[in-house]
Design a protein around this ligand. Structure first.
Ligand code: AMP
Length: 282
């Protein structure tokens, strides 16, 4: 695996990989890798001839009071995991390489960036789309792999790609969960034992929504009331941020579920903010 810490090295390595083979896949991450990340790498391996992974804890997507400085970093372990998966290129630049002069130029997907997580985390999606656009320019992959776990991020990136005519194919990969159903996340490492068990309320609320939907309920308001309000009432130490039923592309709320619909939840368990979602298909 070639480890690149500069943009010039990464460009050269990716040009070389694309010259020798046909299709280069990119998996952007912030590191502290888990099976969720590795599932994206495996999907990229299966669909591409060479795989590049980026590890970059992107400061511009963190708010001033968020966890940028304590975000888990385990670079050596990550390298070993990626090597084992047969990744060809790892791009892991320092912050100064990516934002040498701070940076005043942004890629912003208007409106969508203020929905779901964007509402609770102002500026978050502007940071995400800016770094993903930069990575696309540097790596120039044929396809980029993202987790359905960050469903709003996926919608924002798809829209950026469409609006700005990026050639990259965006591939969404299913949510990987722990055996008890908790969606894997680098932030799960913050949870105490007690918080870890309380965190299951996110998954329980989504399961409740799915069960009511499977039983024939199509009213979003009724699902929200039963799944979010009642289930979260059983776990008062978990603070609900949002529980929304939306169109997966526009992230606009839907009233009745008549086509593919995203049920997304975010909540704070102690000081850790977790997200999860499920897609309902009539
Ligand atoms: P992150 O390192 O948290 O920025 O995540 C990097 C990529 O991994 C994003 O596309 C995430 O959606 C994806 N990802 C994170 N957790 C999971 C998971 N549990 N299952 C599938 N993909 C995930």
């Amino acid at each position: 695996m070639k480890i690149c810490s500069t943009i010039a090295e990464a460009r050269a390595a990716c040009l070389d990989a694309r010259a020798r083979r046909r299709r280069l896949g990119l998996v952007p991450t912030m590191g502290a890798l888990h099976e969720g990340h590795l599932s994206l790498v495996r999907a990229a391996k299966a669909q591409c001839d060479a795989v590049a992974v980026s590890i970059f804890v992107n400061p511009t997507q963190f708010g001033p009071t968020e966890d940028l400085s304590k975000y888990p970093r385990q670079f050596d372990r990550d390298c070993r995991l990626l090597e084992k998966e047969g990744v060809e290129i790892l791009f892991a630049p320092p912050v100064e390489e990516v934002y040498p002069n701070g940076g005043v130029t942004w890629v912003l997907v208007e409106s969508l960036s203020e929905k779901l997580d964007g509402r609770s985390r102002p500026g978050h999606f502007r940071g995400v789309t800016t770094i993903v656009a930069k990575l696309f320019h540097i790596i120039e992959p044929e396809a980029a792999f993202f987790g359905q776990k960050d469903a709003a991020q996926l919608a924002v990136i798809r829209r950026m790609v469409r609006d700005l005519n990026f050639p990259e194919e965006i591939v969404a990969c299913p949510i990987v969960r722990e055996s008890d159903g908790l969606a894997m996340s680098s932030r799960n490492a913050y949870l105490t034992r007690e918080e870890r068990s309380r965190a299951l309320v996110l998954q329980r609320s989504l399961q409740k929504a799915r069960q009511l939907f499977d039983d024939g309920e199509r009213s979003a308001a009724k699902l929200i009331s039963a799944a979010a309000k009642e289930v979260f009432a059983s776990e008062p130490l978990v603070v609900l941020d949002y529980f929304e039923i939306v169109d997966p592309d526009t992230l606009d709320p839907v009233e009745r579920i008549s086509r593919r619909t995203l049920v997304a939840v975010a909540a704070r368990v102690g000081s850790t903010r977790l997200i999860d979602n499920v897609v309902l298909e009539p």
